[in-house]
Design a protein around this ligand. Sequence first.
Ligand code: B4P
Length: 190
Amino acid sequence: MLNIVLFGPPGSGKGTQAEKLIEKYNLIHISTGDLLRSEVAAQTELGVKAKAIMDRGELVSDDIVIGMIQNKLKEHKGVPGFIFDGFPRTVEQARELRNVLETNDTIVSMVISLQVERDELMKRLLKRGEESGRSDDNEETISNRIDVYQHQTVPVTYYYDKTNIHHPIQGIGKIDEIFKRIVDVVEKNK
Ligand code: B4P
């Protein structure tokens, strides 16, 4: 199986590049952000709780997110692989991902980490906020999301640095150029 973790700060292009990768490699897309937003839209008990957390730019609890991942993996047996977009975001989530994949006799094949600096992230997400009206794409929440990323999510890179599957990629430039950089890494390492 080809299991790719797409990693990077909010607004680094994970969702954008995931769409292109699933088409090229026929993978199943698992975006924890999208899964949480559908719970919010359906106004489930989980969605109501998650919305308040997401609107502050904080992370939803590991238990909830890991449960969602386990359900998705169960739904899709015998597929060529998965793209994990926005997951793992904590070291605990990274450990659990490893365990749950191991139970399914597979592993994370590679972690592709998009590198984009803070000013560019702010610019992109403020623009998306104007266009999509996403309630967490406002200046205060974006700034907190980036801080949360620095404190809680960057340690995940140290976790993967101990392996040889972590590939940092320059995430600034045209979307197709960045996609080409990612495909080069996937082709060399799959
Ligand atoms: P996510 O939905 O994962 O949101 P995100 O980090 O903003 O990334 P996204 O994929 O949407 O943006 P992208 O970079 O593609 O998370 C939202 C919230 O859900 C979190 O804050 C948290 O509360 C919760 N959550 C999600 N997963 C969780 C987890 N595992 N644990 C706990 N909580 C969790 O794109 C951004 C914009 O940039 C787009 O408008 C795009 O068009 C543009 N763009 C992309 N590439 C570009 C380029 N090269 N140049 C210019 N613009 C570009």
